[in-house]
Design a protein around this ligand. Structure first.
Ligand code: HDD
Length: 752
């Protein structure tokens, strides 16, 4: 029955009508004709989960509008209708007086269609506008139960989550790989209320007090006159602010480090930044900082890769997230907690725990793992879920509370406030992606976009008309802790005027490896060169001189400025380095890493299937790259040399790389010829040279070895595996991949 309205009922004839798109269900080829018979819409892809599936309460909610499983109003039945459900005969022609017009005002379908379209956009987020998200689950280890009674942290509890990653500065359509902080916001749908951990990939913030948030954001956003630059800090107003405001220097040096250009959302840490207060079952408290630790390790792009990708694939990070979930490589993080005694001073080892410009080195307070996050499903509709999700640091479950950190205090106001404009009123909590899994029984009523049809007449307390409902909860309720507020006077003042804002900037710099430091110096030089005002450049170099003479001198030299006077020796206070802050020196699982396999179908590829099997068995995702599209040996070619760039991949293999130009040389015998650069497809040469420059593992066998050779890649260099046997090459390549890059190959550029 083509007219049925039940979207769950599957059309038994689906496969006979050519609608079984192989991308969705596998099988026969889709028909290219538009069907003339009513059909069910294509089912979601296997990797997709919709917002309505997020809150499987199973239990009735007392407010009828809170039934997250209620079928969507739209896309039921087979026929196109108006918003009121009237079936339409034609949507391609407006109603006109005669074929050549004019168009009639009475055409309701035209006006409804255009009016709705005119209002399709909502304001983008004022910060973090560009994002990508996924559904998943959080499984608790139970290792935090001594510290907190939060039920989702009890042993073995599994909580559905929705995570949105973002850049901060760019607009919704900006590129993913810009140098910026990344947002990492997680919504835990716990049965006792939603918990939002609204985190970043950098553990400190530019400012200590939320009253300065509009200042720092105005400075970092594009210039108000010309609206450039987009999605980056390389401009005068940003550097004007951070140089006049030294407490911003800590966050800034993190941005200038490789942390500012992550390889993937899957390979970033997340930090709750603020100190929170944990409450145990007896009402005992401790202070805590939250950390997300990626199972794949923390990895970054090089600056050249990031810049190239911004053009070659501006969606690089969101594509990477969606593709890896679709491929079954589900990204994972462990949630970690740094716990501190809840003392009246709220400090730890002299570090002010209420100061969000400071971190606590892991060596001083180890990060204890309390559970595992797995992202296993992509959203079904970007707008409904990723765009409409609304986070708030004040969404807390019993067992977790806020502290007096003045940045956090202002956030508690800002997030609710911003949604009123962005999502058009106070009822955004009823949008499916924002609906809690907990039973909701509030006394909030009416307002724009109210979905609930509330029963009862007494949305006030106390009442007798609704039988006293709803009642106050005892055990299990969120408790406002009776925390002592120190006796003090009202004032607008810095919390600690004697604080040295550059102390932890030195800690960060001193903790990095040489390669990482060189990248930091390069980033400062790049950004400051983009500032037009000389005074801003000089101010920043003078601040760097209080961090490191090497850093300041290198940046100054690059900018053509005299080396600043102050030297390291004049800086007395250098904390012990924290090795945990460096990304270099460890190995990690290679699962889900992308490897290009460059082939030339003009030469024997009988073993292609076996090579791919070996790569799959190692856990990596191979992508076959060839001069043209289609298939080779029955295997689909993933990319052509026209569409593939080395920067997309973590490693590159050349298996009989395209030597089509050589083949064109009259009389050449490829088995014995000496190859010249002009013999090899230039796109292959660029791939090899870029992969070499970006210190990636490179492997080659057969004619691939010739391509690598003429590209100028030294075959005996570390991280270059050229051998007769493909299996040997693949094994060697995967081993190098575990360290992310071949760090030893980065040119040793001594800082001046
Ligand atoms: Fe914020 C969005 C993270 C300070 C005001 N913030 C936003 C998002 C993340 C963060 C990840 C995007 C959420 C999403 O994906 O929808 N923000 C942080 C962190 C901060 C921080 C880790 C410091 C520790 N933020 C901060 C301050 C204020 C705001 C001090 C204001 C006083 N943030 C907002 C906002 C946003 C936001 C304007 C924009 C969109 C939204 O809230 O929903 O309210």
């Amino acid at each position: 029955d083509a007219l049925r309205g039940d979207p769950d009922e599957k059309n038994p004839d689906l496969t006979t009508h050519g609608l079984d798109d192989p991308a969705h269900v596998g099988g026969a080829k889709p028909s290219l004709e538009e069907p003339t018979e009513p059909r069910d819409p294509l089912p979601p892809r296997p990797d997709q989960r919709g917002a309505a599936d997020v809150s499987p309460t199973g239990a009735p909610c007392s407010a009828p509008g809170n039934d997250a499983r209620a079928p969507g109003r739209t896309q039921q039945g087979a026929y196109l209708t108006t918003a009121q459900g009237a079936r339409l005969r034609d949507t391609d022609h407006s109603l006109k007086a005669g074929r050549r017009g004019p168009t009639l005002l009475q055409d309701h379908h035209l006006r409804e269609k255009i009016t709705h379209f005119d209002h399709e956009r909502i304001p983008e987020r004022v910060v973090h506008a560009r994002g990508a998200a996924a559904h998943g689950r959080f499984e608790s280890y139970g290792t935090a139960t001594d510290a907190t009674c939060a039920p989702f942290l009890a042993e073995g509890v599994v909580t559905p989550v929705f995570v949105r990653f973002s850049t901060v500065l760019g607009s919704r359509g900006s590129a993913d790989t810009v140098r910026d902080t990344r947002g990492f916001a997680t919504k835990f749908y716990t049965p006792v209320g939603t918990f939002d951990l609204v985190a970043n990939n950098i553990p400190v913030f530019f400012i200590k007090d939320g009253i300065k948030f509009p200042d720092v954001v105005h400075a970092a956003k594009p210039h108000p006159d010309r609206e450039i630059p987009q999605a980056q800090s390389a401009h005068d107003t940003f550097w004007d602010f951070v140089t006049l405001h030294p407490e911003a220097q800590h966050h800034t040096i993190w941005n200038m480090s490789d942390r500012g250009i992550p390889r993937s959302y899957r390979m970033m840490e997340g930090f709750g930044v603020h100190t929170f207060r944990l409450v145990d079952a007896e009402g005992g408290t401790s202070l805590a900082k939250f950390h997300w630790k990626p199972v794949l390790g923390v990895h970054s792009l090089t600056w050249e890769e990031a810049q190239t990708l911004a053009g070659a694939d501006p969606d690089y990070h969101r594509r990477d997230l969606y593709d890896s979930i679709e491929a079954g490589h589900h990204p994972q993080w462990e949630l970690g907690v740094q716990a501190f005694p809840d003392t009246p001073e709220q400090t730890f080892e002299g570090i002010d725990l209420l100061d969000p410009t400071k971190l606590v080195p892991e060596e001083l307070a180890p990060v204890q793992r309390v559970g595992r996050l797995t992202l296993d499903a992509n959203p079904r509709n970007f707008f409904a879920e990723t765009e409409q999700v609304a986070f708030h640091p004040g969404h807390l479950p019993p067992g977790i509370d806020v502290t007096d950190d003045p940045l956090l205090q202002a956030r508690l106001f800002s997030y609710l406030d911003t949604q009123l404009t962005r999502l058009g009123g106070p009822n955004f909590g009823e949008i499916p992606i924002n609906r809690p899994q907990a039973l909701v029984n509030d006394m909030l009523r009416d307002g724009f976009h109210q979905q609930a049809d509330h029963a009862g007449v007494a949305p006030y307390k106390p009442n007798s008309l609704d039988g006293g409902c709803p009642f106050m909860a005892g055990p299990g309720a969120f408790t406002d802790l009776p925390v002592r507020v120190t006796e003090s006077v009202k004032e607008r003042a810095d919390v600690d005027e004697a604080d040295d804002p550059l102390r932890q900037v030195r800690l960060f710099w001193d903790s990095l490896s040489d390669v990482e430091r060189e990248h930091v110096a390069g980033a400062f030089a790049f950004e400051l060169a983009s500032c037009r005002e000389a005074v801003i450049r000089e101010r920043q170099v003078n601040l760097l001189a209080q961090v490191s003479t090497d850093l300041a001198t290198t940046v100054a030299t690059s900018l053509g400025l005299p080396a600043p006077a102050l030297a390291d020796a004049s800086v007395p206070d250098r904390p012990e380095p924290s090795p945990a802050l460096s990304q270099v020196g460890r190995t990690w699982p290679v699962a889900g890493r992308k490897v290009a396999l460059v082939v030339d179908p003009g030469h024997p590829l009988d073993d292609l299937g076996a090579w791919l099997d070996q790569l799959h068995a190692a856990g990596v995702v191979p992508v076959v790259v060839a001069p043209h599209g289609g298939t080779v040996e029955g295997i689909e070619i993933g990319r052509t040399l026209t569409t593939a760039r080395s920067v997309e991949f973590d490693a590159v293999l050349f298996a009989g790389a395209p030597l089509t130009l050589a083949d064109a040389r009259p009389g050449i015998d490829v088995r014995t010829a000496t190859f010249r650069e002009s013999d090899v497809d230039p796109r292959v040469l660029v791939m090899a040279q870029e992969a070499w420059r970006h210190c990636k593992a490179i492997g080659a066998w057969g004619l691939g070895g010739e391509a690598v050779h003429v590209a100028g890649v030294p075959e005996d260099a570390v991280g270059v595996v050229v051998a007769g046997q493909a299996s040997e090459v693949i094994d060697g390549l995967v081993e190098h991949l575990a360290a992310h890059r071949v760090w030893d190959r980065f040119p040793a550029v001594p800082l001046t």
